[in-house]
Design a protein around this ligand. Structure first.
Ligand code: C2O
Ligand code: CU
Ligand code: CU
Length: 485
């Protein structure tokens, strides 16, 4: 009896929600953008989690619902993690990767190796999934320069939920050129997996985007690094290397230090830049990576400084500045490292190599209004994603220029290509930042911007994706297949 009553109560709640939702859809006016959820700063009394580094030569990654403590004293039963934690994998150029994904979830999942140059069948396309209870093997060689890459599930229309619930990790590729630079290593090389999350009062994760949140993307009200809300890190008076990935569903960060000290950017998605660039702040949109040095040798013992996200018209959707990670300079140590003037060689892909130009129109604000349907409001060239449709066919090994046009859109879109690292040629209506030079796989395209990239496609055939890495936009259809033939 009791069970039956509970069931009835739940299903009437569900019905009520559906009714409200369809009313909301009919009435929604998308020209007035909803304010994003702001971050409520924590107290920075929990040490930053430093993940154990795994070797990918014979690794099992189990995707599993794992009760976890995100908020102190509260257990979140709906957390989904790889191996119960936040895995960081490290391998060398030339190594062979052999990883078994064990799907212990009650739904399909897979792993996409974001930033890796690997065969299409290993890439984690939404058609290549492991059903609930099944396994899937990933076996590939690492044929690329040193880089900070990452991985996450890519199941059809469920990427946003699974990444929000915790399924993600970092994959670091090393090579001889990078090693020769003697960059800070060991405890002074720190992965920063950045996210924002929202919780229910009982401490469980709350992922339930409304119609308006599908438009902006889903924001959390807690800022996390390496799955820890408001962490701190003790540092010595030396240089530290931070490999940052924005693993948030939608939030764009404008990274800065609270004391105004410089971020020394040495790399981005596809590895090292040509030269270090010192900046007071740098944007990091979902999917992108930044390899950052911070020089604590200029700060005295006892100093506290924060990594923060500055408020501006793009980051945080224009919301407030908030702190993300507290550094406590707690020990003096002699620094022997000196910043190299040159980091790597980046050969520009020549425009004259391009065989073809393609144009991609991102949705206009008005195109996403008034629809009664929840899905498919986000499109590329007017089309919402269809897993079985090939949208573009590219000749294997060809170089092309792709122009992605957000000039009539009213949302920023971090656009990402699988299977390649490209170069940014031009931003009409904007500036190519120094940290957007070199090799990229994800590029932020702001409102009113048109971005031209040059891409040398792989010689191996197969189907890859281009999509917006705002995961609500992606799950809502802002994705397309390109086939290399
Ligand atoms: Cu990290 Cu298809 O994306
Ligand atoms: Cu990717
Ligand atoms: Cu988008």
């Amino acid at each position: 009896m009791f069970i039956k009553k509970t069931f009835v109560a739940l299903s009437s709640v569900a019905t009520a929600t559906i009714v409200i939702w369809s009313l909301g859809c009919a009435k929604m006016d998308m020209t007035t953008t909803t304010a994003p959820v702001n971050i409520i700063e924590g107290i920075f009394d929990t040490p930053l989690l430093i993940p154990t580094v795994l070797n990918p030569q014979n690794l099992v990654l189990e995707a599993k619902t794992t009760p976890a403590t995100w908020l102190q004293g509260k257990i979140s039963p709906n957390t989904q993690l790889f191996n119960g934690s936040l895995p960081v994998i490290r391998a060398n150029q030339g190594d062979r990767v052999n990883i078994d994904l064990k799907n212990s979830l009650t739904e399909a999942t897979n792993i996409h190796w974001h930033g890796m140059l690997i065969p299409a069948l290993m890439d984690g396309h939404p058609k290549d999934i492991a059903a609930a209870g099944a396994q899937r093997n990933y076996n590939f060689a690492i044929n690329q320069r040193a880089a900070t890459t990452w991985f996450h599930p890519h199941p059809h229309m469920a990427t946003g939920k699974q990444v929000f619930n915790g399924l993600a990790g970092m994959f670091i590729v090393n090579d001889a050129i990078e090693t020769a630079l003697n960059l800070p290593s060991g405890e002074r090389e720190v992965p920063l997996v950045i996210s924002d999350k929202r919780f229910n009062a009982d401490g469980s994760l709350h992922y339930a985007p409304t119609m308006a949140e599908v438009m902006t993307g889903y924001f959390g009200d807690k800022s996390l690094i390496n799955n820890v809300v408001a962490p701190f890190l003790n540092v010595k008076t030396r240089f530290y290397r931070f490999r940052a990935v924005n693993a948030s569903n939608a939030r764009i960060y404008d990274l800065a230090l609270s004391n105004g000290a410089n971020l020394i950017i040495i790399g981005n998605d596809g590895g090292l830049l040509e030269k270090p660039v010192s900046l007071t702040h740098a944007l990091l949109s979902p999917g992108e990576r930044l390899d950052i040095l911070i020089d604590f040798s200029k700060m005295s013992v006892g100093t506290e400084a924060f990594l923060q996200s500055n408020a501006n018209s793009i980051a945080n959707h224009g919301a407030t500045t908030f702190k993300m990670l507290k550094f406590k300079v707690n020990a003096a140590e002699n620094e022997t490292f000196s910043l190299p003037t040159t980091l790597s060689t980046i050969t520009p892909i020549s425009i004259s190599d391009s065989k073809r130009n393609r144009a991609f129109a991102l949705p206009a604000a008005h195109a996403m209004t008034g629809g009664a349907m929840h899905t498919g409001m986000h499109t590329i060239n007017g089309k919402a994603y269809d897993m079985n449709r090939i949208d573009e066919t590219v000749t294997a090994g060809d170089t092309e220029i792709w122009e992605i046009d957000n000039s009539v859109g009213d949302e920023p879109h971090p656009m990402h290509l699988h299977g390649v690292q490209f170069q940014v040629l031009e931003k009409t209506g904007g500036t190519i930042q120094p940290y957007e030079k070199g090799w990229k796989d994800t590029i932020l395209i702001q409102k009113a911007e048109k971005v031209k990239i040059i891409v040398r496609f792989p010689t191996e055939k197969g189907v890859f994706l281009m999509h917006c890495h705002n995961l609500e936009h992606e799950d809502d259809g802002m994705m397309m297949n390109f086939e290399i033939k």
